[in-house]
Ligand binder design. Sequence first.
Ligand code: HEC
Ligand code: HEC
Length: 304
Amino acid sequence: MSPFWSFYIILLVVINLGGCTFLLWWTSRPKLDDPGNTSHVWDGDITEYDKPLPRWWINLFYLTLVFSVGYLIWYPGAGSFAGIGKWTSQNEVAKDQAAGDEKLAATFRPFEGKSIDELARDATARALGRGIYGSQCATCHGALAQGANGYPNLTDNIWHWGGSAEQVTQTVLQGRTAAMPSWSEALTSMGGANAVDDVTTYVLSRTDSSLLSTNAEAIARGGKLFASVCSACHGADGRGNVDLGSPDLTDSDWLYGRSRAAIREGIERGRNGVMPAQQPLIGEMRARLAAAYVWSLSHPTASQ
Ligand code: HEC
Ligand code: HEC
């Protein structure tokens, strides 16, 4: 604030306070020439009379003026004068924040350095984890961790990146990026125009019966392509590899949908699911607690 505006505001404040004091003093003076009764009468017996305010009320008013002066000396308010109390809203926030951080640190302290399977056995840690899950993970994995298309169900025992305490910790803290490139070009160059369909047919033939395909020739062609292209990541038996996050293609769980069209689309265009690393976002302790809660959902007996 420039000195001019500071002076201007101080002037306004002083004029205001002075004005109020003068008005109070002036209106509460007994008026010697007061006629007392203005002779206006209502309803036969109510008469108008210029009565001064009660003394206690006026004194209260003076007190508020004295208070204002004290306030403006202690707190900032009069132009750029900072007040002798040196109060600032930033300091106030910083103080509150420090107190909040200390309280939070005290809440988390007992869980420091514990692995997520240890945390999962602790009811308090699970409850904290559930709260963190709700604010941090539910948007993607669902309120009940049941997942959605492209977002895995975290309550079952199917894990693309492994379900051990260590693997889930790594998934949550460091994140995971699934790399399944588009295979349409490679497959077409190797197996002709129908190659994508043939591989899809082969994949379906190895899954549950409702999706079973019966075209034996297509299955045989697709099987050959699978062995040379897909087995590198999904394994020769198609059961996946948790180090690469490549799923088991023989179970009935499909991250991107359980239909021929969805499976074909994945092969043709690729799939690149990203689980964002949580440690940089919410810190190690919170990420661990959320991971412990999630782990407890699929390991109910180990976490009691
Ligand atoms: C470089 C490793 C790699 C290769 C090679 C690979 N995949 Fe994948 N595949 C993955 C990964 C990783 C995922 C998981 C993608 C995700 O989670 O977003 C995946 C996902 C899939 C899915 C989706 C599964 C689901 O649950 O919805 C299908 C289907 C699939 N792959 C089929 C194939 C077929 C068929 C081939 C061969 C043509 C193949 N993949 C080759 C790594 C690979
Ligand atoms: C922005 C969306 C998003 C958020 C937020 C998110 N996730 Fe994920 N998460 C994913 C996706 C997508 C995958 C699947 C990655 C893949 O395709 O392999 C995943 C995978 C996982 C997996 C591995 C599942 C498996 O089959 O191996 C775990 C465990 C997990 N998330 C836990 C969490 C937890 C705990 C949180 C909160 C702290 C969280 N996620 C927050 C999107 C998210």
